[in-house]
Write a protein that binds this ligand. Structure first.
Ligand SMILES: Cc1ncc(COP(=O)(O)O)c(C=O)c1O
Length: 379
């Protein structure tokens, strides 16, 4: 339609000629799976993260599933985790018959509150599954103290947090715990679909590599299997995209942080909109989404609809997972986790991706102000 500004999507991957070149290289090589590009992706990602090893898998969810299995969590085990997350961080426990025990979150970071986790630990607690939500590092030092005091395993869901830095200045996923990453197209880096699991040691890595490949050890033939396994492999075509993305990951993360700064400035004068923290002490967010918190009394659905009418995508992000029907079956109800539920009720994700322009961010801010009944701030 003439005169209408271009719609602004919520997310958009950054794919360029380097991705095309490497994908073409794989296509022409004829080795589309279990080939050298997959190994290269694993090596380059491990080097970027500063870890010994990183196993590529088909998604963040499959990475989490293999992590749960590596820790041996199953029927009768309870795992302390956050209700303010994407559903896969609880589902991976259900796959193995373990029970997610939700605990409320910290109001600033929206991550699992260590005090709430300590209060919920009991006889059956086998582990802790913290999520670095919206790319903000979880309170790992405190959670590790709790885990070591009670003999618990840890699986870090870093699917939204590649590049985040924790309170001790360490890159998320490099503390020696099992940790997972994910590469859906809205993530900081993408392979279309894909994920990684960082194993704790060589034996753990070998088990995970076998389980992702139908229960075949590295030296076994195609029709030999010595354990239960899955097809959780990442194709070399996807790995090629991953190699190109790792090469420019620093740049992608810097650009996302710059966009977050633009939003911070652009939203400053708007009443009833609280912006997320970028860091605190040594903690640094890796910007996955840009979610603001709307004040009590703001009609979020109406705000989303007004923005949509102006060509701007936005989303209520994210709902609490303990309230989904299959988790309510475990006895969870509204009102149990007031901090998480309040965050879920008020958070709004705005368009956020590396190529968004300064002008587009300004337009989102102006339209949000208008949607809230405020005069757009200009200049
Ligand atoms: C916190 C969290 N955990 C797990 C996942 C699952 O990743 P995937 O969609 O690659 O299976 C996601 C992805 O959206 C996520 O945000």
């Amino acid at each position: 339609m003439s005169g209408e500004p271009e719609p602004i999507p919520l997310a958009q991957p950054d794919i360029g000629s380097r991705e095309e070149t490497l994908v073409l290289e794989v296509l022409r090589s004829g080795q589309l799976s279990l080939g050298p590009m997959g190994q290269r992706f694993e090596r380059e990602l491990a080097a970027w993260l500063g870890v010994e090893d990183a196993v590529a898998v088909s998604s963040g969810t499959t990475a989490l599933h293999l992590g749960v299995r590596a820790l041996g969590w199953g029927a009768g085990d309870e795992v302390l985790t956050s209700p303010f997350s994407f559903v896969a961080s609880a589902n991976c426990l259900l796959y193995e018959g373990a029970r997610p025990v939700f605990c409320d979150v910290d109001p600033v970071t929206l991550n699992l509150d260590p005090a709430a986790a300590a209060a919920a630990a009991g006889e059956r607690t086998a582990g802790i599954l913290p999520i670095h939500i919206f790319g903000y590092p979880a309170a790992m030092a405190a959670l590790e103290s709790l885990a070591s005091a009670q003999g618990l395993g840890i699986l870090e869901d870093a699917c939204e947090a590649i590049g985040a830095v924790d309170s001790e200045g360490r890159r998320v996923g490099s503390r020696g715990n099992l940790a997972t990453f994910a590469y859906y197209a809205n993530k900081q880096m993408t392979t279309g679909e894909g994920g990684t699991i960082v194993p704790t040691d060589a034996e753990c890595g070998a088990r995970i590599r076998s389980e992702r490949n139908q229960g075949r050890a590295i030296d076994m033939g195609w029709l030999d299997h010595d354990r239960l396994g899955f097809n959780y492999r990442l194709s070399d075509v996807a790995a090629a995209i991953g190699v190109a993305q790792v090469e420019k990951l620093d740049e992608l993360l810097e650009r996302r942080a710059a966009v977050a700064d633009l939003y911070e400035q652009g939203l400053a004068g708007i009443e009833g909109v609280a912006t997320p923290i970028a860091g605190r002490g040594q903690e640094r967010r890796s910007w996955f989404v840009y979610t603001v918190r709307l004040a009590d009394g703001v009609d979020r659905d109406a705000t989303i609809a007004r923005l949509a009418a102006r060509g701007i995508a936005s989303k209520a992000y994210l709902p609490c997972i303990h309230l989904f029907p299959h988790l309510r079956e475990l006895g969870y109800r509204e009102g149990q986790f007031p901090v998480a539920e309040a965050a879920a009720a008020h958070s709004l994700a705005l368009p956020f991706f590396p190529a968004i322009s300064e002008g587009q961010v300004a337009r989102v801010c102006q339209e949000l102000a208008a949607a809230l009944g405020q005069t757009p701030v200009t200049g």
